[in-house]
Design a protein around this ligand. Sequence first.
Ligand code: ADP
Length: 576
Amino acid sequence: MKPLQRRAAVSWAAVALLAALCGIVAVLQYRWIGEISEAERQRLQEQLRDRLDALRTRFDQEISNACAALQPDSREMAQAGAEQAYAARVARLPRNRRAMFRRIAIATPDGDTLNLALLDTAHGTFVPAAWPVEWNGMRERLFARMEGRPLPAASAASYALLEMPRFGPDRREQNWLIVELDTDSLRTVLLPDLLRRYLGQGGKSEYDAEVQVDTTPPTAIFESSLTGHALHDPDGSIQLLQGPSPEPGAAPLGVRVPLGRPPQHRLRGATPVAPRISPAGPGWTLLVRHKAGSLEALVEQTRLRNLALSAGLLLLIVATVTAMVRISRQAQQLAALQINFVAGVSHEFRTPLTVIRTAAYNLRGRLAARPEQVERYGNLIQHEAEKLQALVEQVLRFASVKAGVGVRRLEPVNVIELLEKSLESYEAAAGQSGTVFEKHLDAGLPPILADEVALQHALQNLVDNAVKYGAEGGNWVGISAMPVEDSSGTAVEIRVADRGPGIPPDEQRQIFDPFYRGRRAVTDQIHGTGLGLALAKNIVEAHGGSLAVDSEPGRGCEFIVRLPAQIDAEAATLRT
Ligand code: ADP
């Protein structure tokens, strides 16, 4: 295996290995992201449990602290009497706490009846009042307590009522303070604040929330999203107020934790005077669902984002490696071409130099004594020196084309004159080489804007190739020039054709690359540097034109140059 082939095989093996590694990494990453997502889901659920628990604790504290502040101690009771003592407490309540209660009342047993005194907020005193209808559930409940009967079922209408018994010295319930929570205030102040604080980030709640009274069907008393739709499939729920217990005064506020954790707190100890607070209506449940749709949806979103990110990174790696492999292959090919170029140019130099050296030796050694022999050797030296000069010219021109200065001043040029000049030397040598030049030059050709010397060089390269490679096809070179119309306007089309071996299809794209030489040119040792077509194409394109090849192997080939015509009237008269 040649070194170049070996290097190519190694590159392909590396690419295959990399593709396999990328595949393995992709599978591992897919699994890993799945595991991370599962862990994230569990973490979020636990975090939600903790946050709900903390929220409920805070809610309980807020309510029980407000209720505790309403409870006079026994000294206040003894000094002012029950009603004044309660009224004084209400008067001392801070505004925000006072806003939590819609109505406050005292229920006092009197024989078989239960008297109700409602707080008159305007005067700050308790006045006897009839039991409001929606408080009936509470009334029934207190009667049952007085008579030691089992407590009746919770009344839906009493969902916002709490009662706090006051015990006498005989440890019997003397009276009850009844408070009705102001659900408007809870809805607009306390609950949004708690949601922001315990379920939010950056001052905004991450969850939609709903508070339901546990009636059948449940009644929503708070909705954070204001959509008006009930919250289906919540991510978590927790009891805020528990419904009444069958045991008198047995259960304080929220005690159930639906997410499966035992409660970590009780109201006891939350306030200096721990009131026994019992709701009279059904319990309240807080339901929450993440704003992304659900916790599952949030985790899925994150999983998809992570997958997209890793896929993107993987693609980037693959693209980078592919680019690197391509660049290194191109560099290898370029290096090979350059080696061929150096070898080719050296070879091109060697033949004329050998001829010149031999001719000079013969002249010096008087081997050629006769004047006609001197003349012959002189001609030979001149001819070979011209070849060398052309070669050096070619290389220098290529260097200037690469430096971007291959084409200099553009002037209106007559195409027929340009072609005649380009063919001059070849036609002069036609007698010796036996090449036939067949020309079809349209007399009405418009002028073109060109750097005449550069364009002549480009055309000569094409003619040179036609002579060189077409020799085995009968030494015929066809040159035509005619005006054509294309999408960008009028153009001049010059065709240089030969009947040589043609160019194989797989080589047709590469022949315009610098240093590239066809297989046949190399094996048949046809002289050349691989720069002619690259130069011609560069020069033609610098004139705004195009160079293409049309060839069928075995039937010769034709190079087609198109250059935009200079239709400008002034220019047209200039040189025609
Ligand atoms: P060079 O002729 O010095 O090799 P060129 O750049 O002029 O370099 O041409 C590149 C290659 O294109 C040649 O090596 C040859 O294989 C192919 N080629 C160019 N002109 C012809 C032609 N008229 N007929 C056949 N092959 C050609």
